[in-house]
Structures are given as structure tokens and as C-alpha cells.
Unconditional design. Sequence first.
Length: 496
Amino acid sequence: MIKKPLFLLLLLFTLTRLPNLTLLPIYADEANYLDWGWRSIQKPDHLFYSLYDAKQPLLIWIFGISEILFTDPLFAGRIVSVIAGLTCLLGIFFTTRRLFDPKSAFIASVLYILVPIFLFFDRQALMETSIASVGIWSYYFLDRFLEKPGLKKSFCLFLTLAIGVWIKNSALLFFVPFSIIILLYLKKFPQQIYSIFNYLLFGFILFLLTLSPLFFQADFWKTFSLNSRYTLGLSELFKFPISVWLKNLLGILDISFFFLTPLIFLSAVWGIIKFKTSHFYLILWLLIPLIQIILTTRTLNFRYPAAFLIPYVIFTAAVIPKKVYSYLLITCIPVIVSFIQITNPPKYFELLSRFSAYSYINDYITGDLSGYLVNAIVSYINQLDNTTPITVSFALNSGNFEAALIDYFHKNPRISTTYFDSRLFSEKLNDFDCFYYSGSQLYFFAREQQRGGMDRFLIKKDLITPLHGRDYSTVYTLRNDCPPEKTISIFLTATY
């Protein structure tokens, strides 16, 4: 009975997720995740490499495996998110059908496919879509558990949450609404306290066992404090930073209104009001994580709430009239905006920046986190004479463009990448003015003119400018005009 609508949803999902999947160049975080993924899979002692930056490794490993399967590393990473988006789509369909009806399930799924913010993260090698999938499936299993508690359902619920924690710490935000919903349920059915407690206890034990390989990593605990880069600590919260909270609240409203598109957001609000009694638990599943983000986030980014907005489309689908004109009206803007996003990313960000303060056009199009400079450098390198091996070097930096170049060339047999930075040399460089490097042509690519302390060893060759943005890269080669006593031979270790 559900095969036909699922087929139509799968077709629409494919038509929106796969075209121009790599048209928007690689973003800085994508470059890092793909670099970490490759290192984690290729080097046995680097399995938990991403923990040095307080990032859980599960999705990083999947990126690394995908990079083995596909030639283009960016496609390899983004196709993982496409698949995660498909699991999220199925979660929305089955959850909405369970809570409301098949028509609402179909409409909620269509809205998920068309809403620009969900489309965007389904096409990025980031973690937001995977966390969104964990969130909707967790609620599905929670709802089934509350309908008829059982050990198997408890296991499914806690295993899903454990997978979320293996992906990203933000999955922990689901535990607060989960706990509150359980307490409210037990208040309503106090006679089930003993059985519910037992089922949840065994589920929690499975949760801890599933996460034990992660918890036994010293780096997990050593770097956990790095999350303070993004969240406020207890001492800061006790100071009641009202201005930060107000700014975050307005930011969440901005993101919800413009990224979901206005009609969908307003319809969802209507749905929340209409179903405030019958579907109170789903409302809590939506609002409590957003409240946590408002209260604890240091500086809001449109990525932070993205994984927690899924219930909006469920309420929208449940409340809009089941008429063709209603569907056309509510999907008109998402269709247009999503089409622009797929076919012309710079135009999409430019359009978004006119309405929202959280478009992050600087990050994705014009700034140094954007991948347009990466594309220009990769194109430049591919045009070099590669009849002899080429070594692409850069300073000891993370993100774009350095990590991206590692991603793009780690499979190339004639082009290797390496770090070339004064911090890596123990020799007293003051005694020398030239390096001798044998075996290949060495090029140094600088962020603008930042040469990692190797200035006097390099001579300028070219300047590379991107299609969008003000950043540029200066290309250098090694000086070769020094006498032998002023020249030192070097050996550079290729990045993995």
C-alpha cells in the first residue's frame, strides 16, 4: 500500500539531491572531515584521529571508506550525506504516518525534500543530516516504546541515540526531551514505573556498551573541553547572559522563518497550537533542543539548529488543508529557492543574505572558508607539467585550502602534498638561505602571502584568484641561487 508514495518520494529525493552535487565547492569543514576520514582509514594508528579536535569518528570513518570507493573526494563525502538524508526521509514518513495519517506522511516527506535548509545539508559532507536522522528515528522508537513498552524497543531507542553520540555531541541534546517525556509518561501511568525502569535500564546499559570503545579513548576526555569553543560553560550560564540568549532566540526565529520558508514555518506554528495537547511530546522534542541551543550557544550558526527542525515539517503537513491549491501554495517558494540552490549556489546565498542575518555567504562564497579558491588552485596544479613528479606544499594550516588539496591529490601517483613550515624544522635555519629538494618539482601555495616562516627560501611565481571572493593564493618555488655552504638538503614527508 505504501510502495507507490515511497517510490515517488525516492524519485523526487534523487532528482533534488544528486544533480550538481559538487557544484558548490568544498567547504572548510568538509575538507577537514574528508582529510581526517582518509587518514583514519588508511593509517591503522589514526582510527580515532578526529578526536584531537573533539569530533567523534563514526561519520569520519564512513567518509574515509567512501573516499576509497569514489574518485572525487567531495562527491564521496557528500553522497554519504545524501544517504543519511534518505534515512531521515524514511524516518519522517513512518513517524508522521504513525502520528497522523498517510497523506500527512507523504506531504511531510515532500516538504523535507523541498525545504532549502534540509536540501542544503543533505548535499554537504557534514554531520547535520545524520544527527537529524538520529533525532527523527529516536522519536519514532520512543513513541513506539511508550505505546507498548518492551525490551526490544528500548534497545532500538538507545542504540539509535548511541549512534548519534558516535557522530556528534549535539545528539546529547535529545536526552533532555527524552527524559522529560519519560517522566511525564510515568506521572500519567505510575503503575508502569517498575517495568519502564527495567526496560530503560537495560537499554541504557546497551547505550554504554555501544559507546565504550569511544569512552575508553583518552583523547575523547582530553579534548572534550574544546567544545567550549561553541558552548557556554556553567560559570558563564550562572552569570545569566541575557543579551546572548536574546540574540540566539532571534537567530533561531530568523533561521526557522527564512530557511524553512515563511509559509512552512507559520503553518508549523499553527500546527503546534492545534495539536498542543494530542502531540505534546513531539512539541517537546522540537522545542527543548532549540531552547538548549538558545541558552548554551556561544555564537549561533545556522548549522546548529538545522538537525532539530524536522518536527516543523510534520506539524505543517498535519495542519494544512489536503487540497492541491494548498500544496502548490506552500511549496511554491521552497521549489524556487531550492532550484536556485541546486543550479546557482552563489545566487542562492546572495538571495538568502538579503533576508537573513545567518546566510553565511562569507563562509560559503566570498570568504576564506569557501572552496572557490580551492577550485582555482586545483585547476592551476592540474595544468602544471607533470612529466616529472610534483610536490604541492603549504604552511601548517587546517581547513581550506590546505586540507582540501590533501583530499584532492592523495590518490594521484605523480602529485604529492606536504607541509612546508618553519615549525617543522629543527635545524638552525638562520645559517642557510636555500633549500635543495630532489626528486620532484616543489611548489608552495600561500594563503595570500603567508609563507609559514619560510619567506627567504621562496621566490614568487604566480598569483591565483578565485571566481568569487577577495582571498587569493601566491605560488612560490624554491630559491636556487645560493652557494653550497648556504644551501641545505631537505626531506619532506608526504601527507597521507
